[in-house]
Write a protein that binds this ligand. Structure first.
Ligand code: BGC
Length: 774
């Protein structure tokens, strides 16, 4: 009877998993996932294997499974330990990371499998963030594609390459909602929106974990950093956060929930504190939400020394207390701080940590190892390793992903009254200037895994190939941060000599973006602004390509430079992708996933904000919410991006004018995703070239128990249109599009006024109105 109930619960859970993950696959409620979700860690066939092994384990061996060290290049403060061989033989290590060749992983694995008493294999992890050897655009760029199926393909390639080395666990995806471009790690995520972020999060998990977690080319995902890390005060990395339960549930938790629903085998607890309680010792988020509400069965891994960091946080005065607090709150595995190794057995012996609680965590780790098939196939096949890397089809995908990640921010008329981009092949004399024009290392972005400079084709190399060396004048000019007057003068005089100048400016990927790389101003570093102004003063047509891990505040550039392309850090195919885009062989389809600020003082800046009681639109000349010296609006809104053609939007129409809250709530409580309303609009290609548009649907709810965002994304889809062609774009919305986290922190629909826009970005579109009645 009990078993039947369990089976039934598992079945319902798995069905919900597949429904939800398929809904999120394309970012719209009715679409299907390309990859069916495997049961993975939820497979009840794993139970008996886990239990029989658990029964054989000593207390020390159990603790060992919860201990993880970095055996290679550190990605945080040092640990002081190096005696891993000995520890593995004694069963004192469950996971190792930061090693990445089959030879290395096999050496450690042999010790675990042959020398440790119970032969439990090691789980090898790595930060495989946007590729393993084939480096794709940084995650912010990947998200800018608004293309979850592409993200899934990218993470599949990353999994194939990583797994060939024995790395079966990635610390990805990072799904932290980021509303503040000062935070360096905005580069690692999918931006500011929970709906898009959820679709992207699930896509990463599907790609990494594949159809079955135990196939040799699948790797376990670790969704991070749970939770609220992106809300670091002042955008300063590792800083504290204050997030109400409502805001946590409505904005910060959904991408994690989507990743868990897609079957993510693990979750990483974050560095930050939330309302005074560190995320790595937070029973509310780690146990109440993750385990009790979401039914998560995988591993919670701490971030790098985040268990030890409970001491500087101020909630523990010694290592044993830190270990106890983190463990009891719900952190299963201790990354690097060594405090579980040092204290967990003693805590269990003294009764401060119940034996049953220890067993629970050990079960989760064993479960993931069994689900990955590590017991059957512990070793990497060294003959498969080289062949798995940089396959031609992976390189082709890197180029496509890069092309689709570019966001065209501005493209105004050049000398002959047509937009400056795409360039005509008749333009045969070009000057290429800037520190990032021929910089392979920076194209790889931060957290570039095993990416190598030699794998990269720079903009300079690709452009020289396209136009011929004899037509290209390349002068680097000042560097990212430094540069002499001579460098400056050489660059400016080169610009004077040709028809068009392309400027490749931006940030240093590893020093200025990613972890521990927050900035208090968002301008171009060094003398690059000066370079830009001097080159613009030549009067020649200028194309500015920005390489950055965040939006940069460049109001002068947006006023004076005719064409600006945000290229993020595009990965190994940076050059070919850019050249194809510059020459119109590929038309930009990327759209912003972060609001692009005019000034750093606007941060945090995000489109899905609440209205104030004195919104600027109310028209009062003084007593409204605004700055004196900068508009409230961003430079470019969330969802924005130009194309080489143009699109016109018809009126937003809805299938009904009234919905019943009670019906919606019945829908929310069941597992059905039946559409409750259809919204449509005609979209026309009004330009001269074929093009692809990302059609977006936004909703606003008014009159609710908790104030709701002025707009919230609830759907998106792509349409391809020939010049002059019109298509009717249809969104089938489920009950969840009309629900909110209410004043009792329940997800429910309420009687309210609903506005719906189908639009090219978060500020445009015509509005349809619907009423939700009781
Ligand atoms: C980062 C994580 C990363 C971990 C392991 C930490 O410093 O915050 O994102 O996964 O190191 O390298």
């Amino acid at each position: 009877m009990q078993m039947n109930q369990k089976l039934k619960t598992a079945f319902v859970f798995i069905s919900v998993l597949s429904i939800v993950s398929s809904l999120l696959a394309q970012g719209r409620p009715t679409s299907r996932s390309s990859v069916p979700v495997s049961t993975g860690i939820y497979d009840s066939a794993l139970d008996s294997k886990v239990e029989s092994l658990l029964r054989k384990m000593t207390l020390e061996e159990k603790v060992g499974q919860l201990v993880q060290y970095s055996a290679g290049q550190p990605t945080g403060p040092g640990t002081g330990r190096t005696d891993y061989n000995d520890m593995i033989a004694k069963g004192q290590i469950g996971a190792l990371f930061n090693i990445s060749t089959a030879k290395e992983t096999n050496v450690f694995q042999k010790i675990a499998v042959e020398k440790s008493r119970l032969h439990i294999p090691i789980l090898f992890g790595l930060d495989v963030i946007h590729g393993f050897r084939t480096e794709f655009p940084i995650p912010l760029g990947l998200a800018s594609t608004w293309d979850p199926s592409l993200v899934e393909k990218v993470s599949r390639v990353a999994a194939q390459e990583a797994s060939a080395t024995g790395v079966r666990w990635t610390f990805s995806p990072m799904v932290d909602i980021a509303r503040d471009a000062r935070w360096g790690r905005i580069a690692e995520g999918a931006g500011e929106d929970p709906f898009l972020g959820s679709a992207i999060a699930a896509a990463y998990v599907r790609g990494y974990q594949g159809q079955r977690l135990d196939s040799p080319d699948s790797i376990a995902a670790c969704v991070k950093h749970y939770v609220g890390y992106g809300a670091a005060e002042g955008g300063r990395d590792y800083n504290s956060t204050e997030i109400s339960e409502h805001t946590l549930r409505q904005f910060y938790l959904p991408p994690f929930h989507a990743a868990v629903n897609a079957g993510s085998a693990s979750v990483m607890s974050a560095f930050n504190s939330i309302n005074g309680v560190p995320a790595s010792a937070n029973p509310f988020t780690l146990t109440q939400v993750l385990r009790t509400e979401w039914g998560f069965k995988g591993i919670v891994d701490s971030d790098w020394t985040s268990v030890g960091e409970l001491i500087p946080h101020g909630i523990a005065n010694d290592g044993i207390t830190a270990a106890r607090k983190a463990f009891l709150a719900g952190v299963d595995m201790d990354m690097v701080s060594s405090l579980y190794h040092d204290h967990l057995a003693a805590l269990v012996r003294s009764g401060q940590v119940p034996q049953a609680r220890l067993d629970e965590s050990v079960r989760r780790v064993l479960r993931v190892k069994f689900a990955l098939g590590l017991f059957e196939h512990p070793y990497a096949d060294e003959t498969r390793e080289a062949e798995a890397m940089l396959r031609p089809e992976s390189i082709a995908l890197a180029r496509t992903a890069a092309e689709r990640s570019f966001v065209l921010l501005k493209n105004s008329a050049g000398p002959n009254n047509t937009p400056i981009l795409p360039l005509s092949n008749d333009v045969r004399s070009i000057t290429l200037i800037g520190p990032l024009a021929d910089d392979a290392a920076n194209m790889l972005g931060s957290w570039a895994g095993l990416g190598k400079d030699n794998d990269v084709i720079s903009l300079h190399a690709a452009l020289a190939k396209h136009v011929g060396e004899e037509h290209l004048l390349h002068v680097k000019g000042p560097g990212i941060t430094g540069g002499s007057d001579e460098d400056m003068n050489a660059a400016v005089s080169a610009a004077n000599k040709t028809d068009v100048t392309i400027l490749a400016l931006g940030e240093n990927a590893s020093e200025m973006t990613g972890e521990a790389a927050s900035r208090s101003n968002l301008t171009l570093p060094g003398r690059q602004q000066e370079l830009l102004e001097k080159v613009v003063a030549t009067g020649k047509p200028i194309i500015l390509i920005l390489f950055s891990g965040r939006p940069l505040t460049l109001p002068w550039a947006f006023e004076h430079v005719p064409a600006v392309l945000a290229a993020w850090f595009p990965g190994i195919q940076a050059g070919p992708a850019l050249v194809r885009t510059l020459y119109g062989e590929s038309s930009p389809t990327g759209r912003l996933v972060v609001s692009w600020p005019r000034s750093v003082g606007q941060e945090p800046l995000y489109y899905n904000a609440l209205s104030t009681g004195r919104p600027i639109e109310s028209g009062d000349p003084k007593y409204v919410s605004r700055y004196l010296d900068v508009p409230n609006s961003p430079q470019f809104p969330f969802g924005f991006g130009l194309s080489y053609t143009s699109f016109g939007y018809g009126v937003t129409e809805v299938s009904q004018k009234q919905l019943k809250a009670s019906n919606l709530n019945m829908g929310l409580n069941g597992t059905s995703s039946k559409p409750v309303l259809t919204a449509t609009a005609e979209v026309t290609n009004t330009g001269q070239r074929p093009g692809e548009e990302v059609v977006q649907l936004y909703v606003r709810l008014q009159g609710t128990s908790v104030a709701q965002p002025v707009r919230a994304l609830k759907g998106f889809q792509r349409v391809t249109l020939h010049p002059g062609e019109t298509k009717k774009v249809t969104f089938d919305l489920g009950a969840e599009a009309f629900a909110l986290w209410n004043d009792h922190n329940q997800f429910a629909a309420e009687p309210s006024k609903v506005s719906i826009w189908i639009a090219p970005d978060s500020t445009q579109g015509t509005k349809a109105e619907v009423e939700i009645v009781p």
